[in-house]
Design a protein around this ligand. Structure first.
Ligand code: TYD
Length: 208
């Protein structure tokens, strides 16, 4: 079972995933928690290149290819082996982030970005994707209030960029409505966390 979590910056998804992971581990589920871009030493190196604020000259297509390269490495080294061992894989961001950020935000087109990603992933789609729905205004204001968080190259993009990312995410939830479940992430975190947990448990019970 391969489950991904998506949403705009500041949607609270990373915090929620951690609490859900801990709950499921306590219930003795065999789980791998991982994140994109990154998840392996090579993929983490690619991550630092992508998110480095100094890399202002990074071309949009090069950016999309780097995300896809990092995704591939992560699949080969970590996700595919874990799935083979029968683990449940929880991944913080995956394919849909590329479709929304590079396809929509960078105007490369969802289809173009999907194509390079189908090559990179050999058509590995998640079984379930949870989309944390929060407007870019709310998301970015949470990011700027979080003192511990250092804004990266993507966080620092324009409002217009983040609006396009969000619009594309919403389109994806319609296009892939059988795969993507939408959660209202403007609610308090404990409520978002509880709703996410319920959806995951339903899916896991379906399978057992
Ligand atoms: P990260 O700090 O992991 O963001 P978050 O905590 O919000 O998940 O940084 C990842 C950034 O990279 C985030 O702004 C989204 C962006 N991104 C893409 O643009 N394309 C992608 O394919 C992925 C996986 C992430």
């Amino acid at each position: 079972m391969f489950i991904t979590f998506e949403g705009p910056d500041g949607s609270g998804k990373s915090t929620v995933i951690k609490t859900i992971y801990e709950r499921l581990v306590n219930e003795k589920y065999n789980i791998l928690l991982t994140r994109e871009p990154g998840g392996t030493p090579i993929a983490e190196k690619i991550r630092t290149v992508i998110l480095d604020n100094e890399n202002v000259a990074l071309d949009p297509r090069a950016e999309a290819l780097l995300y896809a390269a990092s995704r591939r490495q992560h699949l080969v080294e970590k996700i595919w082996p874990a799935l083979k061992e029968g683990k449940i894989v929880l991944c913080d961001r995956y394919l849909d982030s590329s479709l929304a950020y590079q396809g929509g935000g960078r105007d490369l087109g969802v289809e173009n970005v999907l194509n390079i990603n189908l090559f990179a992933t050999e058509n590995t789609y998640p079984d379930l994707t949870i989309f944390f729905n929060v407007s870019p205004e709310v998301g970015l204001s949470r990011v700027s209030q979080d003192k511990k968080r250092v804004a990266d190259r993507l966080d620092n993009e324009s409002e217009n960029f983040h609006d396009k990312v969000y619009e594309t995410f919403l389109e994806l939830t319609k296009k892939y409505k059988d795969r993507i479940v939408v959660i209202d992430a403007s609610k308090p975190l404990n409520e978002v966390s509880e709703n996410t947990y319920k959806i995951l448990k339903e899916k896991l019970n379906e399978l057992s």
